[in-house]
Design a binder for this molecule. Structure first.
Ligand code: UGY
Ligand code: MN
Length: 262
């Protein structure tokens, strides 16, 4: 049920949910319970806010459905806020006021904190976007630049020596100007992390395909395509790909390249 599945009205059974919300620790947010938000600047868009500082994140993640004619002409981000958009389906024109591109599934744009992100749906139907914003942590002498690409055109590498776990990095790794990155991690059935991670970085993760069994703070939780995961700093985390149909893949953000302030 829920608006994202276009299944509203009387419930068919007892009300129940797979959602788990542990503020400042982790969250599993399946699509069923999500609600629509109106956000100024977005015209003709249905928006759901996922992680936010109220959950314990230093960033905000969103799912955006751009309806026919849907757009953001006012500009999203800027004034110290970096933004990132990843097209899940459809075709979206995206620009930063200088560079622009037509993004299809897998297409993404990172816009640095001194510029704004502009968006416009370019198909007759709806386009779906994953959207992110975070206050940029500047580093003297460095300036991040706009990055436009498509995840399907970036070669993955074996993840930490495992040939059945595929790791794709979307933003530059050799430039300290970037204080965060986006990655895809994909597990073939039966593959897993090599160890349960315990680290200071936070993640927001959208499961793009498949099914997994995920450890969050030592709770083992089944998750699947469409679920959103938030992992706060120091949250224990690891997963197995368990689906019989194919890979378990998620898109996730990770802060990087900065010391921790005292
Ligand atoms: O990059 C990471 O920290 C990543 N391996 N974490 C995760 O998949 N939960
Ligand atoms: Mn991690």
């Amino acid at each position: 049920m829920g608006f994202r599945n276009n299944a509203l009205g009387y419930p068919l059974d007892l009300l129940q949910s797979r959602a788990v919300i542990k503020k400042d620790n982790y969250a599993v947010i399946p699509p069923d319970g999500l609600v629509r938000n109106q956000i100024p600047g977005f015209e003709g868009c249905e928006i759901t806010i996922l992680a936010s500082p109220k959950l314990g994140a230093s960033f905000v993640d969103y799912l955006v459905t751009l309806l026919p004619g849907g757009r953001n002409r006012a500009g999203f981000g800027g004034d110290g806020i970096e933004t990132f958009a990843y097209v899940l389906s459809g075709a979206v024109w995206a620009g930063d006021g200088e560079q622009e591109s037509l993004l299809e599934a897998g297409g993404f744009i990172y816009v640095p904190a001194h510029r704004s992100l502009f968006l416009e749906n370019r198909i007759e139907g709806a386009s779906e976007l994953f959207l992110y914003k975070r206050r940029y942590q500047a580093l003297a002498g460095y300036e991040a630049t706009t990055v436009i690409g498509n995840a399907n055109q970036i070669a993955s590498i074996d993840y930490e020596g495992m040939s059945d776990v595929h790791f794709t990095t979307l933003l530059p790794t050799d430039n300290l100007a970037f204080d965060m990155n986006f990655h895809l991690l994909s597990f073939e059935p039966g593959a897993s992390h090599g160890y349960i991670e315990t680290h200071v970085q936070e993640h927001g993760a959208l499961i793009l395909e498949g099914e997994g069994l995920y450890n969050l703070d030592n709770d083992w939780i089944p998750v699947k395509q469409g679920d959103y995961l938030f992992m706060a700093a120091y949250c224990l985390q690891a997963g197995y790909g368990v689906g019989r149909q194919g890979a378990f893949t998620y898109l996730y953000s990770k802060d990087c390249n900065r010391d921790e302030p005292l």
